[in-house]
Design a protein around this ligand. Sequence first.
Ligand code: AMP
Length: 289
Amino acid sequence: MKILSTINELNNTLLPFREKNLSVGFVPTMGALHNGHIELIKQSVKENLVTVASIFVNPTQFNNPIDLENYPRTEKEDIILLNKNKCDFIFIPTVDGMYPEKELLDINFGLMETVMEGAFRPGHFKGVATVVKKLFDIVQPHVAYFGKKDFQQLAIIRNMVSQLNLKIKIVGCETVREKDGLAMSSRNIHLTASERENASVIYQSLLSAKKEYAAELVLEKIKNHVKEKIEESGLFKVEYFEIVNATTLQPLESVFKNILVQSCIAVLTSKTRLIDNIELYRPPNIEFS
Ligand code: AMP
């Protein structure tokens, strides 16, 4: 495994693979790696001749400077983990290397970016789209792997690839969870012991919501139940819980059984903010891409 920190180094290293048009898989990350990231790496290693991972804590997607400052950084451990999992190259650029110009990409994602993460983290998706497009231009992968854990991000990236006609296949990978159901996240390290002990309530609430949706309970009631259940311990505050059309990401006002439905949640803890989501409803006999 080779570690590269400049675009030049990366280009020189990948040139022989590009000349032979060997398939390059790419996994962009912000580091502080866990099994969720590693599943993306494993899938890329299985499906491509070369796998490139990037580690870059992208400042332009943080709307809160304290969140950026506190973001966990575990580069040494990340490198060991990537090596162990047969990643071929790690790209670890500097902020100046990635942003010689301060300009952000100006893509209009329409209503998709006005809800959920887009509403609560202004400018977040502009930063995400900018860094992902820059990384795509630098790495020039055939396939890029993203987690469904960040469901809205995955939808935004698919939309960007379609708007810009990029020739990159986007693969969405299932959310990897701890044994008790908590979605793995680099931010889980910021949970206090009692928050960690109780955090599985987030996933449990999503599962209950799924049952209630199948039973066609009024959406307002489903939403209230989720909020009550999560906030009961006094440790957590629900920032948003939305039941959305999985394709458009627009919130539903009543139960629909002819579309793919997703539920997405953001929860505030004493020191961090966690997000999660599950598929709430999939109509039988309808194919979705
Ligand atoms: P991050 O380092 O948090 O920016 O995440 C890098 C990639 O890993 C993104 O595509 C995330 O969606 C994905 N990812 C993060 N956590 C998980 C998880 N628990 N399961 C699957 N993918 C994940």
